[in-house]
Design a protein around this ligand. Structure first.
Ligand code: UDP
Length: 419
């Protein structure tokens, strides 16, 4: 198949951990790589966000990234990119020329708009089959972030429009299917394919970083309030009261080393909270780290704590599981599918520092339980979440979209013949 991926803000080539660079970048890069390994030709279209980027970058024999001129050639926050989606569609359609792909796969609602726009151009009147992965939904974001949500107002009607117009939707977890249904989208065209984890990189064997205290708990991700790292800081005094005073909370993420130098507002807010609670000496901010060092850091932790307010999928818990480390996970969104309570980690209610402290204390106090959960997590990640498996699921969705398109073409043809 010739597959076009559209990922307007999340380039597969970007460094991870910044405000707008996280799971979607990993997802697009790994899915595209796995599809090209399966023999498909994949082109990823993303917005040029720096002047010196080459027009095309070949990553491997059947995989390339195309930087499309759409808006200023510099970083623009993802919520401000809507005005440039027409230009992105222009660039994609131009690059396709008369050789259009078999399927176009939009990532995030704005890329969905550009994909639909490009897919519907062309003289023949036939559209390129379009598959959509939302990664995050505005309805969920608004519910949790309220007035803090910086999404443009148009998202309220354009996102459901993308859902209705797409030939097929890939939801990354079962929770998302309910959300899509509530948006009025026909669930008959939704497939579920989770995110995967790079099992060559993330595994239970290998070095682990030395740690300064008896225990280490770890938080990894973009430094944004909704990731709930403050809740883990609030759990530290409670852990102390429970007898676990020699615990380090290592926080990885943020833009470059801004969190370390004090230039990251969320990093500073977290450290101020730690000071206020008298636990600053237990908290280390490490800043953004490259993927290659992440497995050694994950393996150094007794538990990885993921307690976001909400989570469309959450790749970090999978990475922890693949490294054989138990996860304390808020029972929200994708984390309810990936982390199995009392099998691969412990679920806690969202926004509940007491429950986080209790779960971490239980793990720190029971090395046998930690080891059992870690082993089961590794097994689960290996058996269900390889990118090859996710690529095979996505392939099925592409075939369904293409078959649906062929059927509607046939219907149009029959209608034409009957007139
Ligand atoms: N990540 C990284 N370096 C960092 C912070 C995060 O490589 O400093 C990676 C992390 O390992 C994971 C991704 O960024 O692969 C975050 O994905 P997730 O789905 O957990 O969160 P999202 O960013 O999509 O909300």
């Amino acid at each position: 198949m010739r597959i076009s991926m559209v990922s307007e803000h999340a380039s597969p080539l970007a460094a991870l951990g910044g405000v707008d660079a996280g799971g979607q970048n990993v997802h697009v890069a790994a899915l595209s790589t796995a599809l090209s390994r399966r023999g498909h030709h994949v082109t990823v279209y993303t917005r040029r966000d720096a002047a010196d980027l080459p027009a095309r970058v070949r990553i491997m024999p059947r995989l390339e990234v195309v930087h499309v001129d759409a808006g200023p050639a510099k970083h623009v926050p993802k919520d401000e990119l809507l005005p440039f989606m027409g230009k992105l569609a222009d660039g994609i359609a131009k690059d396709w020329g008369s050789r259009r792909p078999d399927v176009v796969h939009g990532h995030f609602w704005m890329s969905g708009l550009a994909s639909l726009d490009a897919a519907r151009r062309g003289d023949s009147g036939l559209h390129v089959p379009m598959v959509q992965t939302f990664h995050a939904l505005g309805t969920v974001k608004r519910r949790h972030q309220g007035s803090q949500d910086t999404s443009p107002a148009e998202r309220e009607w354009l996102e459901p429009y993308v859902g209705r117009a797409a030939d097929r939707i890939i939801a990354t977890c079962s929770d998302e299917v309910f959300e899509l249904k509530a948006m009025g989208i026909n669930t008959g065209k939704i497939s579920i394919a989770p995110c995967g984890v790079d099992l060559d990189l993330f595994s239970a064997t290998g070095d682990s970083e030395a740690r300064p205290r008896t225990y280490r708990i770890l938080s990894v991700g973009r430094l944004v309030p909704r990731k709930g790292v403050d809740l883990v800081i609030q759990a530290l005094p409670l852990l102390r009261a429970a007898g676990f005073d020699d615990v380090e909370l290592l926080i990885v993420g943020g833009e470059g080393d801004a969190a370390v130098t004090g230039a990251d507002p969320e990093g500073s807010r977290l450290m101020a909270l730690a000071e206020e609670l008298g636990v600053a000496n237990q908290v280390s901010l490490r800043g953004q780290l490259p993927r290659e060092v992440m497995p050694g850091i994950l393996r150094s932790a007794d538990a990885v704590v993921c307690t976001p307010w909400y989570e469309p999928f959450g790749i970090v818990p999978l990475e922890a599981m693949a490294c054989g480390v138990p996860v304390v996970a808020a029972a929200v969104g994708g984390l309810r599918d990936t982390v199995v309570d009392r099998k691969t980690g412990l679920h806690v209610p969202p926004k509940d520092p007491e429950a986080i402290a209790a779960a971490v204390a239980e793990l720190l106090g029971a090395p046998g339980l930690r080891s059992d959960l870690g082993k089961a997590g590794e097994k689960r990640a290996r058996s269900r979440y390889s990118w090859d498996r996710v690529a095979a699921e996505s392939e099925k969705a592409y075939q369904q979209a293409m078959a649906g398109n062929a059927a509607s073409r046939e219907l149009e043809h029959m209608k034409g013949a009957a007139l």
